[in-house]
Design a protein around this ligand. Structure first.
Ligand code: ADP
Length: 454
């Protein structure tokens, strides 16, 4: 298109020289222009008039497959009128045609031809001369194919490269991602079937999958711990229940079969009553423990005076204290100390700690209860009783743990009191500790949050 415009603008600029003067130099110049354009565009160009006479040709000689010399016109003209007539007066300026394909294709590699149709009006004559100009542009198939291939290569190669690299990367990433997931799945299956020993392979990966594997292992650790504690709970429970049951069964059987004579029966029935009471306490404590454990989710706090709770708890236990002739000393750091906690729970903590102090202190021993108010309130329950062996200091908080019974001053305990204390205090996000020396006494103490509203 661009070449044909250039050729046509040259022709219309020099129309007088070309069509009236028939200036050889101008024809030569036009020829040079056509050759130049042909070289630049790798095309083969003819320019003819509306009668099929060759005005210009990008090659040296007229192509004798299409042109023949006409003596009459003193020029080369198209052999067949069909090569030009249908383009003259065509409304379109550009026509794509395969008109020459048959003749050219076999050896001259040309198949695509464009014919541009223009009109030049020469006014220098009367009547004005109207000249049809036909510009034929033939493009080499080989050139076109080469160009196509070049374009393809310039796009296709990077495309194939990008696709291959993409595929390899996706493959590598999916292997990297799927391998640990497959392994996690295998471990999950083992855990599901009750095997808590397998663990996801620990890697040095810091990404989400690495974190997932770590958390997964932590979760199995927790499940494993929970399962072990469940099993030990069941076995401890069975043991705790079996002992009194055996005793009760033994005494009642003895009474029934007459092994225990009538005089001793009351004594043994009292022992049975004690055991039944202990079973009752055990079950109550277990229910309490499970209630506290579920409270973890929602702890209902109120503001109350801790001094009042301590005084009331002590008052309720007055009989026990008196029975053992214990000296009780109570001291509050401040007259009133409002704390923010669950009152029932704290009452239970106080009861359990004071009860233990009474149980594990010899007659006429001393018990001291006092508070210290700093950023928090610390409540102390101190006794000069039997104390706790250093090796047992950590175990006393465990469920069902009771220090060596043969030494113990208490044969009726359930071993749940301190577990309940610890659970309650932990639920409050506070701490409970013990200091003790065997034979000298113990000091249990826990913290509480001071009420902010008062
Ligand atoms: P229980 O009192 O029902 O046996 P606890 O959980 O309250 O259960 O206590 C666990 C164990 O801790 C007791 O059996 C006892 O050996 C020891 N213990 C608790 N408080 C004291 C204390 N004040 N003095 C000495 N030993 C104590």
């Amino acid at each position: 298109m661009f070449q044909s415009e250039q050729i046509f603008s040259y022709i219309s600029e020099h129309k007088d020289d070309l069509f009236i003067e028939k200036d050889e130099d101008i024809y030569q110049e036009l020829n040079n222009l056509v050759k130049k354009l042909s070289l630049n565009s790798n095309s083969y160009i003819w320019v003819t008039n509306g009668n099929g006479a060759l005005l210009c040709n990008s090659r040296e000689n007229a192509d004798d497959r299409f042109f023949e010399y006409s003596d009459l016109l003193n020029n080369y003209v198209f052999k067949k009128p069909e090569y030009y007539t249908r383009f003259v007066n065509n409304q379109q300026t550009m026509v794509e045609c395969s008109l020459f394909a048959d003749e050219i294709n076999d050896n001259d590699e040309v198949s695509v031809s464009f014919v541009y149709n223009y009109k030049v009006l020469v006014f220098n004559k009367y009547p004005p001369l109207e000249v049809d100009i036909l510009i034929y542009l033939h493009t080499s198939v080989i050139e076109m194919n080469l160009l196509k291939r070049q374009i393809m290569l310039s796009f296709l190669f990077p495309l194939i490269m990008a696709l291959s690299i993409g595929t390899i990367l996706v493959g590598l990433i999916s292997i990297r991602v799927s391998k640990p997931l497959v392994q996690l799945n295998a471990v999950a299956n083992s855990v599901r079937s009750g095997d808590y020993k397998s663990r996801a392979t620990r890697t040095r990966r810091k990404d989400e999958l690495g974190k997932l594997a770590d958390n997964f292992n932590k979760m199995i650790d927790e499940i494993d711990k929970l399962d072990k504690s469940r099993l030990s709970f069941i076995s401890d429970m069975s043991h705790e229940l079996r002992t009194p049951m055996t005793t009760i069964n033994g005494f009642i059987s003895g009474i029934l079969d007459g092994t225990i004579d009538a005089d001793s029966q009351e004594y043994y029935l009292n022992l049975v009553k004690d055991e039944v009471n202990r079973l009752n306490r055990l079950i109550n404590n277990l229910l309490l423990l499970s209630k506290i454990e579920s409270e973890e989710v929602e702890l209902i706090r109120t503001d109350f005076d801790i001094n009042t709770v301590i005084t009331q708890t002590v008052a309720n236990m007055e009989n026990m204290i008196k029975e053992k002739n214990l000296h009780l000393d109570i001291h509050f750091d401040e007259k009133i100390t409002f704390v923010n906690a669950n009152e029932d729970d704290i009452e239970r903590v106080m009861f359990n700690l004071i009860h233990n102090a009474i149980k594990f202190t010899e007659k006429r021993g001393h018990i001291k209860i006092y508070t210290k108010v700093r950023k928090k309130v610390t409540v102390y329950v101190e006794d000069d009783g039997i104390g706790i062996n250093e090796n047992e200091l950590l175990s006393i908080w465990n469920r069902f743990y009771k220090a060596d019974k043969s030494r113990s001053a208490d044969k009726t305990g359930t071993g749940l009191g301190l577990s309940i204390v610890q659970k309650i205090i932990n639920n409050h996000n506070e701490t409970v500790s013990v200091e003790s020396e065997q034979g000298k006494g113990s000091r249990f103490f826990f913290t509480l949050k001071i009420s902010e509203n008062l």
